[in-house]
Design a protein around this ligand. Structure first.
Ligand code: ASP
Length: 326
């Protein structure tokens, strides 16, 4: 056999051996700790949801899932890092409506694309958005809030978790509906932002329900309305925006797990199965529901369902936010 054929045979054998090794690795996955990147500060909604669900997932997977909070730029710093990670299933990210949808229209040079830089793994929880304010903010209800913020827009400051975050994007929508332009006050997550709201250092915020239920029930902040068609069972006394006279403000977010593009399908399937098992666990469900989360229905839990959600959310938030940035 001439030299060329021998080299071809060697290359083919090496490729086959590498593919076999990768497949064996995927079959044995996971054999060591898994890193779960959370793109915001500890204690915020994404961190809380990630810890609740991965806490159960690691029982199924038989390996520890280590949460790593990587902050900055509305979650896009972490998402860029996750997109560039080795696609072996040992580096994952809990992204959301901001990092994996609203960031596309807000960052023209985003270093990743939510749809093509990741393998969707599975949806964790839907998170309705509320209009929140410091407890001594003068308006008593949403109607008074609308009048007050229109009359005082240049004096107001609104907290958010960085350009592209859920709190930023959803309040961009609210501010455009009300035609107001408050000063935005960025934080590394709505965990720290909530601390500032409770301390009265900022005026209002649009935030995910899981971050607000304890404070609302504790009376340390005000909740004017929830921006979903129905009230939430965890906050039965908080009216919907429609009931309170602002039906045009509808907003809800979601949190989901993604892996870098190229992560083997067998690995994605094992991770998705662990998510599904966690979402069917009574303790996990109780904790998520107490915080106002919406637990994904069975048909919403597959990787393909998440891919469809990401694509539709990119289109939706591009239509909402693109006109505001012109
Ligand atoms: N989900 C972010 C956090 O957990 C907040 C946001 O996106 O507004 O802090």
């Amino acid at each position: 056999m001439n030299l060329f054929k021998r080299m071809l045979a060697t290359c083919a054998f090496s490729a086959l051996a590498a593919a076999g090794a990768a497949s064996a690795q995927a079959q044995d996955y996971p054999t060591r700790n898994i890193t779960m990147i959370v793109p915001f500060a500890a204690g915020g909604p994404t961190d809380v949801i990630a810890r609740i669900v991965t806490g159960h997932m690691q029982q199924t997977l038989g390996q520890t899932i280590i949460i790593e909070n990587v902050v900055g730029a509305g979650g896009t710093t972490a998402s860029t890092r996750a997109a560039r990670a080795t696609p072996d299933g040992y580096t994952l990210i809990t992204g959301h409506m901001g990092t994996h949808a609203a960031s596309v229209p807000l960052y023209p040079n985003l270093a990743y694309h939510p749809d093509t830089s990741f393998e969707p793994v599975g949806l964790l929880a839907g998170t309705p958005i509320l209009i929140l304010a410091r407890k001594d903010f003068p308006p008593k209800d949403l109607k008074e809030f609308v009048t007050y913020v229109k009359a005082n827009t240049e004096k107001l400051n609104a907290a958010h978790a960085g350009v592209g975050s859920v709190s930023y994007s959803s309040c961009q929508l609210l501010n455009s509906v009300l035609k107001i332009n408050p000063t935005g006050v960025p934080f590394n997550g709505t965990g720290p932002a909530m601390n500032a709201l409770v301390a009265g250092q900022v005026d209002y915020m649009c935030d995910q329900i899981v971050n607000a239920v304890p404070q609302i029930n504790g009376g340390t902040i005000k909740a004017y309305a929830i921006a979903t068609p129905e009230r939430n069972p965890s906050l039965p006394n908080v009216p919907t925006t429609a009931e309170a006279g602002l039906p045009e403000f509808q907003a809800q977010a979601w949190n989901a797990i993604f892996a870098p593009k190229g992560t083997p399908p067998e690995v994605v399937a094992k991770l998705n199965a662990a998510i599904v098992k966690a979402l069917d666990d009574e303790t996990v469900r109780k904790r998520l529901l107490e915080l106002g989360s919406v637990i994904p229905k069975k048909e919403e839990r597959s990787p393909e369902a998440l891919r469809t959600l990401v694509r539709s959310e990119i289109a939706k938030w591009t239509a909402v936010l693109k006109p505001l940035s012109n």
